[in-house]
Design a protein around this ligand. Structure first.
Ligand code: ZN
Ligand code: ZN
Ligand code: FE
Length: 768
């Protein structure tokens, strides 16, 4: 006989951990107890030594799906005599509140069985859940995670639910959102005029009929409303685009089952794994080479990927089982605004977009959008971190006092550090609109109150005019961190890197320390300091923001820098402008832009890789005007993916005193000659050559630094082809490459990076 004491830290509360241990102890005929403590759980077990060692061996292997063990240790303790059978003791409440709030989790397979079993009391009940699944973050008002502090406080449990809730052997033991058709929330289908058309099961059936008839439906999901329309109905999808004023940005789709997705496009096993995961994100699946038969063209346009997800709540499962196909499932918001979470708000804001509303009476406490993921180099990479992931912390081994990081301007998130853990908010959105800014301010208050958090320092972007920088202007110990350094820090944080690295930060826009727009940057940096060692050769953006909308403006600027300004002037005199015809400028526009480029009037300088992608997309006639953010680079990626061969370009390195430029001019010359001269290379092969040349350029600059560790970050690395080429070429050259996994490479990761900064020393040596 032996007795041991086990101490476990991690996400082990509210995930069905205690019933699991209870069952395991009983199977092994052990006595003892388990108790929740502020830091995790403590266990003592006593029994035959083989049984105890088998218990210790099996415990970490067989933990419930949502549990995460961070630390596991055990030591022998003296035997006790006369102990009753193994028991679950009441929680210890002394000490600080355990601060791990779990994300919302997709319906588990056992709950699904309940929902589709005609003999079960939860048959077709849309709010079925258990300790292994269901809403968490979206229904929590404050900690500790107990029912009176959640949106479920409005629904007192019936006798049967309460019995499950109090039974340690039941899957619903302490499942805070536990409910059934008798005591829990209910659904209703209403029209624009707020007439209730049906409730309960009939509401879902009628909703499916309306979708099949081509109508647009708003559905109240887990973290907010979604807008649904039949994805095979071209007219209906176009109608939604028109009503939502969404020109070309692709829509995500929800499929009834995995076989519906596999009927559409072949999947990698890792894509399947994530589609079926408890986080159930939207997975961006490669589209090239697939027929996509039956799907409306208006769903995804010319993007290289297709956003797909599977049902993740019982309501989605029931609806999609009846629908039996694919629906567009996009965020229920007005463009530029956060998703609607309240019935009233949704009816007011979306009444001109949606014909019907499938609503329910369980409040949503905070908006949590669907997460979006892409597979890069055989691994997942989150590009939008929200439902299923937020606000689960990442471990950052922070040595600094508790801090609040404000993020940037686009795809904003905030992050806070508490006791060495970084809690990152869900994706909030672009801070361009008043309502998103309001939501942003609320999220900071909200997270601070959940974690009972008082920041001792605040970190924001260097850009003085971002909302995220202005709201914290008066905070004590405010630190401004350069945008691209923060990108690299976010990659270092996620990979727990402490030492010096070569950082490659490529994105659309970020303010540099010299006042110009950066975005194609190479750094040598660690957590306390950085120096900029190289960048793309700068070029100008005629009209600034307007050039972001119109890649063709950047194309002119790249051409002028390559051939000299005289090249444009000659063309302004020549009315035909043959080479520029497809860009669609009027003669007046062309003359104006040509003079702006020459004089530099309203024409900021940039080193942005995102803008280089834009300009090249226009030169290659792939995209002259961006209908949505990233359209031109996406068109480039798709073209490159379709290429049968690759044109080779060389990007020479120009050395100045302490700095290097990656010079793209000979590449532009070769491309322009191919497109307009006697070239025979296809557009696709030129686009492929562009990606490959950039990756080669990255390796060339990396070789200039003596660091073997290279971090890739910034929105450009959402481009799978660019990322994979860079990773492969760097690795082939002997570098150890780090990139993103659960923190987005885009500006959604900036707050994490800001938090990871210790104390930046201004970059004084290297400017140009
Ligand atoms: Zn469940
Ligand atoms: Zn009940
Ligand atoms: Fe950025």
């Amino acid at each position: 006989m032996i007795r041991i004491h086990v101490n476990i830290q991690g996400a082990v509360q509210g995930v069905g951990f205690r019933p699991f241990v209870y069952r395991l102890a009983h199977q092994h005929r052990l006595t003892g107890w388990i108790v929740n403590s502020p830091s995790g759980v403590e266990i003592e077990v006593q029994g035959k030594s083989e049984a105890v060692s088998s218990f210790v061996e099996l415990l970490p292997q067989k933990i419930p799906p949502l549990a995460l063990i961070k630390q596991f240790n055990h030591k022998p303790v003296p035997l006790l005599s006369g102990e009753p059978r193994f028991q679950i003791r009441p929680s210890k409440h002394s000490g600080p509140i355990s601060a791990v709030v779990l994300p919302d989790i997709a319906t588990c397979s056992e709950c699904l069985q309940d929902v589709f079993d005609p003999d079960n009391r939860r048959y077709l009940y849309p709010f079925t859940n258990c300790t292994n699944c269901g809403p968490r973050y979206s229904i929590i008002e404050k900690l500790p995670y107990d029912r009176p502090y959640t949106a479920m406080k409005h629904f007192p449990m019936c006798e049967k639910c309460l019995e499950e809730y109090n039974n340690p052997l039941n899957r619903r033991f302490h499942a805070q959102p536990n409910a059934c058709p008798l005591c829990g929330p209910q659904i209703a289908l209403i029209d624009r005029n707020e007439n209730t058309l049906a409730v309960k099961r009939q509401a879902v059936e009628l909703c499916v009929q309306q979708l099949k008839a081509g109508h647009v439906v708003a559905l109240k999901g887990i973290g907010g409303f979604q807008i649904l329309v039949d994805a095979t109905n071209e007219r209906a999808v176009r109608n939604l685009r028109k009503r939502k004023n969404r020109q070309s940005k692709p829509f995500a789709m929800m499929a009834s089952s995995m076989s519906h997705i596999e009927g559409l496009t072949p999947l990698q096993s890792i894509e399947k794994k994530w589609l079926l995961s408890p986080q159930a994100p939207i997975v961006l699946v490669e589209k090239y080479g697939t027929a996509l038969s039956g799907i409306a063209k208006a769903v995804s346009g010319d993007t290289p990927t297709l956003g797909l997800m599977l049902p993740y709540s019982p309501l989605h499962h029931i609806l999609m089982r009846i629908f039996d196909g694919l629906v567009v499932a996009t965020s229920g918001n007005l463009s530029e605004e956060p998703i609607c979470i309240e019935n009233r708000e949704c009816l007011e804001k979306l009444k001109d977009i949606c014909d019907f509303f499938l609503i329910h009476d369980r409040p949503i406490i905070r908006p949590v959008d669907d997460s979006v993921m892409r597979i890069v180099q055989g691994r997942e990479m989150l590009v939008r971190r929200a439902r299923g992931f937020a606000p689960f912390p990442i471990e950052t081994r922070l040595v600094e006092p508790n801090g609040l990081a404000m993020g940037a301007h686009l795809k904003s998130t905030v992050a806070l550090s508490v006791e060495g853990l970084s809690f990152i908010s869900q994706h909030i959105g672009d801070l361009a609109s008043y309502s998103t800014r309001k939501c942003y301010d609320k999220t900071i208050k909200d997270l601070s109150s959940i974690y009972q958090f008082e920041p001792q320092r605040t970190v924001c972007d260097l850009h003085p005019d971002y909302h995220s920088s202005t709201v914290c202007r008066d905070k004590p110990n405010r630190l401004c961190v350069q945008h691209h350094y923060a990108h690299i820090l976010s990659c270092m944080a996620e990979n727990q890197l402490e030492g010096e690295v070569t950082g490659i930060a490529w994105d659309g826009t970020g303010l540099g320390t010299d006042g110009s727009v950066w975005g194609g940057e190479f750094f040598r940096c660690n957590r306390t300091s950085w120096s900029r060692i190289a960048s793309l050769l700068p070029f100008s953006l005629p009209g600034g923001d307007q050039a972001v909308q119109e890649p063709r403006r950047t194309a002119l600027s790249l051409i002028a820098k390559t051939y000299g300004n005289a090249f444009l002037t000659e063309n302004t005199q020549n009315q035909s402008q043959a080479e520029f015809k497809s860009m669609g400028f009027s003669h007046e526009e062309f003359c104006m832009l040509s003079s702006m480029i020459q004089t530099g009037f309203q024409t900021p300088k940039t080193t942005s890789a995102g803008r280089l992608f834009d300009g090249v997309a226009s030169i290659l006639d792939l995209c002259h005007i961006n209908g949505h953010e990233g359209q031109a680079p996406q068109a480039m990626e798709l073209a490159a993916r379709l290429a049968k061969n690759t044109v080779s370009f060389d990007l020479p390195v120009l050395a100045t005193k302490n700095f290097h430029f990656l010079d793209w001019r000979s590449m532009i010359r070769k491309m322009f000659d191919q497109v307009h001269g006697s070239g025979i290379a296809s557009i696709d092969s030129l686009a492929a050559g562009f990606h490959s040349a950039l990756a080669d350029g990255i390796v060339k600059i990396a070789r200039l630094s003596d660091r073997k560790e290279v971090c890739l970050s910034g929105g450009c690395f959402q481009n799978r082809l660019l990322s994979e080429l860079a990773i492969q070429k760097l690795e082939a050259d002997g570098f150890k490459v780090y990139w993103h996994r659960v923190i987005p490479p885009n500006d959604g990761g900036i707050s994490t990076g800001q938090l990871y900064c210790i104390s930046p020393i201004p970059d004084s040596k290297s400017s140009y």
